[in-house]
Structure formats: C-alpha cells, structure tokens
Design a protein around this ligand. Structure first.
Ligand code: SF4
Length: 362
C-alpha cells in the first residue's frame, strides 16, 4: 500500500499538513494517502503517540501576566447527559438546519424536540461559516433541544478555543464534540488559512479541563486500521468520555472495533453513526463524507424503493437496533444531512426514526 505512494516529507507532525501531534486524522485515504497532500499519511507507519499534553506552539515567554481567571464552571447539562446515558441508550441526531439561519434552526429544533435526546451541531463541508458554537448552543437550548456542539481545530487557535470552552459552559452545552476538522482545501472555503494550532486529542483535553462532557470521533476503517483502537485510548487519556464511531460498513465492523478498543482498556461510551437517507439529496450529501463506509447495499436498497423516505427510515431503525446490541454502545447518532431546502423534512424523518427506536427498545 505505502509502496505506491510518495513517502511523507517527514514522519509525524513535521510532515502533516494539519501539524497533528496525535495523528492520524480520520481523513486518511483507503490507500494510505494523506487527506490533502500527494504523499502517504505521515502517521501511517507510526504507533499511536502516547499522551504527553499539548506542547506550546512557540518558545516565547509571556511578556505580561494573564488576568487571573475563575475556576471553570462545568455545565449542568453535561451531568444530565451522563446520567441519561447510564439510564438508557440515547438517540442523538445530526442537526440539519441551514447555516446562519435562525428560523431554520428553530423549526428543525421544534421538529426533533421530545424525540431525540440531543442534537449534534457542528461543521459542514458545504457551509464552513456557521454561528459560533456557544451562540448556536444558546439558540438550540432556547428552542428546546439539548445541544451537543461540534468544535474543530481548523479555524481557531488555542486562545480562541479557550474562550469558546468558557462560552460553551456558560451556554450550558450538554456535550462538546472535539475534532481536528477537515483541511480547508476540502469544502467550501479553500481561500481560508488553516490554523491547526491543536488537534482533536489536544482539543479534547482543553474542553475536559473546562468541565465539559467531551466526545471525539474515530474512523475504524481509515488506515492504519490496527492503530485506531490504540489512538482512541490516547484520546480517553486526554479526557474524552464518548466516542462517535464513524460509518464503518455496518454493525459487525463496529462491534470488532469496539471490542478491540475495550480490550486495550478503553472504557468510554460508544455512539455509532447510523446513516439517514430519505431522498436523493440526502444520499448525495452523505456520499461526500470523508471515510464513509456504508453497509453493503444500504444505499441502493433505499434508493430503489418505491417510497424512498419510508425505506430510509426503516433501514435506519433496523441498523440502530443492531448497533445498540453491541456491548459498550450507549446510543446511536442519526447521521447525515439534508439537501438545500429539505432541512425540515430531514429533521422530521430523524424524529420518526428516534421514535421508532424508542418503541422497539422499550
Ligand atoms: S492524512 Fe491527516 S494526519 Fe495524515 S498527514 Fe494527512 S492531514 Fe496529517
């Protein structure tokens, strides 16, 4: 596999376009190619890097004292969500509202409120400019849903992220999902400078230090596959409590990954992604996810059905139930997004799936 690709300029951080300390990211191609550069991923042949904190980005000494900050005040919603996960499996839904659109946010939140336990609202390749996470968390909470907010390390440095951590706690965010983020060369804003002062593991530590319930992502089928469970253990050591498992081709693959991670000592809760496809637009959108692997025939069967929406809802419920049977799994994430103009219908479909799961689980 590696022999067919140019070797990375240097192994580890120096050769990684995202300057990752705890790579690799989830965007490694199936051949081992870097997500954005024309060479092998710099971490492809390295063992997971042991947790050693977040190195400073510069050797400079501070030229003035920082104002003393008060002790972090953990959001109360985080503990509520922890308690909920102990009581029963939870259903989280990727939040489909249009970016920068308060009205769309309110109507999509109303559609899923009372059906899902939390909404996961984060980055989108087609809409890199979003309301800042803490502001969006405030809007979502006012709209009646528990906000589980995605934060990436691509667009802001550690200073801005520390401010965001405090604001998210003030906004009473239920969870904070920490990702390194796609490179700017992927998605709608390649004109922007990539930051990557931290990576997802370092960001997890920062958010955990602020008292948040921290989730991270792991992509079981992204090379180097054998290193993925060990890399998750490092994220747990940094402070993560939950792992969203990227689309990995079905329940059997997820079970294998979760089993391997637990055998290494990973004790965090697993929330596998379940693809939601209810029309041609949502199918096209999910095909654009990095490291996507759907169960064999999943997409074709849904799209060939007379009633695509009903088939998509049925398939998502069935797959969710199989995921919830896996030891260590504490919930599912209804994953995907809507084509432009279809956001509300997508949210309604998510609510129907969540209700269907509840009826069968209870
Ligand atoms: S695939 Fe990701 S981790 Fe690997 S070198 Fe490229 S950007 Fe860095």
């Amino acid at each position: 596999m590696l022999g067919e690709l140019p070797a990375p300029p240097a192994p580890g951080t120096a050769g990684c376009p995202k300057h990752m300390e705890y790579g690799p990211c989830g965007g490694v191609g199936s051949t081992g190619r870097c997500e954005v550069a024309d060479h092998a991923c710099s971490f492809l042949t390295l063992a997971p890097v042991a947790w050693h904190g977040s190195p400073a980005a510069s050797d400079e000494h501070a030229r003035m004292e920082a104002d003393p900050a008060g002790a972090p005040s953990p959001p109360r919603a985080a503990q509520r969500l922890r308690d909920l996960m102990r009581e029963h499996p939870i259903v989280v839904a990727d939040f489909p509202a249009r970016a920068l659109d308060g009205a769309s946010l309110a109507e999509c939140a109303a559609a899923v409120a009372g059906s899902v336990d939390a909404v996961l609202a984060g980055d989108a390749g087609t809409a890199r400019v979003q309301f800042p996470p803490a502001y969006r968390a405030t809007l979502l909470r006012h709209a009646g849903v528990e906000p589980w907010m995605g934060v990436n390390a691509r667009d802001r440095n550690r200073v801005a992220l520390e401010g965001e951590a405090a604001a998210l706690a003030h906004a009473d965010a239920a969870g904070v999902h920490c990702i390194t983020g796609d490179h700017t060369r992927i998605g709608s804003r390649p004109d922007a400078a990539p930051v990557f002062d931290l990576d997802s593991t370092e960001l997890a530590a920062l958010m955990a230090g602020a008292g948040h319930l921290v989730s991270v992502a792991e992509a079981p089928l992204s090379p180097p596959v054998d290193a993925r469970p060990g890399r998750l253990l490092v994220k747990q050591q940094a402070g993560a409590e939950v792992c969203f498992v990227n689309h990995a081709g079905g329940a059997a693959n997820v079970a294998t990954f979760v089993g391997q991670a637990r055998a290494l000592g990973v004790s965090l809760g697993f929330i596998p992604c379940v693809p939601v496809i209810v029309d041609a637009g949502s199918a096209a959108l999910i095909r654009g996810f990095t490291s996507l692997a759907l169960p064999e025939g999943y997409l074709d069967v849904i799209l060939a059905a007379k009633d695509v929406r009903a088939a998509g809802i049925r398939a998502a419920i069935d797959l969710s139930l199989r995921m919830l049977d896996i030891p260590g799994v504490v919930g599912v994430d209804l994953s995907g997004g809507a084509a432009a103009g279809r956001e509300l219908d997508f949210a309604r479909a998510e609510a129907e799936i969540a209700q269907g799961i509840r009826e069968r689980v209870s």
